[in-house]
Design a protein around this ligand. Sequence first.
Ligand code: 13P
Ligand code: SF4
Length: 339
Amino acid sequence: MEKSFYSEEEVKKTAEKLHEKIKKTGFSLEECMAFAPLILEINRLKKEKNAVILAHSYQTPDIIYGTADFVGDSLELSRKASETKAGIIVFAGVKFMAETAKILSPEKTVLLPSIEAGCSLSESITAKDVQELKKKYPGVPVVCYVNTSAEVKAESDACCTSANALQVVEIFKENEIIFLPDNLMTKNIQNQTKKKIISWNGLCVVHKEFNTQQIEEVKRKYPGVKILVHTECNPTVVELADFSGGTSGMIKYAETHSDENFMMVTECGLSDRMRVELPEKKFVGTCELCPYMKKNTLELILQALKNPSQEQIIEVPEEIRLKAKKAIDRMMETKNFSD
Ligand code: 13P
Ligand code: SF4
């Protein structure tokens, strides 16, 4: 960054305000002092350029509490993207999320700070793979998880999120459904439906790592702890959960239950968010970092806002966008799609 033109006092005030919020996540005041000039400049540019920053819950606390206008799960953020009057959306998340925002808001400029912010699930399958599956299973509806590319969504009959996967599967009258690309989520859905679910072999590099021993250890150490598990985890882990679902559902559970201890079996960003937002509760146990989500930084957000490269500007060809939007609209028609 160029030399900061903010006064020492402005920098200190911004750093102290941020530190007060995020100290529970382990950040020092010195670290917040280093973030402050970047945060001030990002927030100035946001106003100047009529931009908003949408951040997924897995982003780092400096991004979330220093710069974000909205924080949420992938679908909530895309809906926010279509509602905002801002002309520029900086999507602090991963590529499939920024693409979903572009599909729903084609008239807006959508920027992805890190071009390396992919997703192991999204990258596990191509549109051609879906075409092959459709040939192999003619007439079988295809439900794709939101963690897929626009091209894969365009080949699908409906999209879903971790919050509504089962509901979307159940809207089809057919008894067989192709569900892709998350193999573990498919197994979790299969445990709750009479339909036969045909799977793909995608895995989330974060959630596949959790095991039952970690949960049992936490249960022994904190009797009565509530275990909240993302449904991208193995079914053996989901079986030990007091609640399983997407990130928003996990947050809602922690907010609405008066228990003292919670374990968020998911990416570390979510327990950090909870430590900031529910300081009276304790978030215990282990978590995993998503290497893709963590590619975004304040420096990259600032650079994208100032002068985005071609690769940071998300584009979806109109023909693909219209088909992908149909799959997303189908999901939107189901009840409680954002629960
Ligand atoms: P949510 O939609 O539940 O926030 O999940 C997004 C994701 O990437 C999970 O790993
Ligand atoms: Fe993809 Fe897993 Fe990272 Fe979510 S946590 S973005 S599913 S790799």
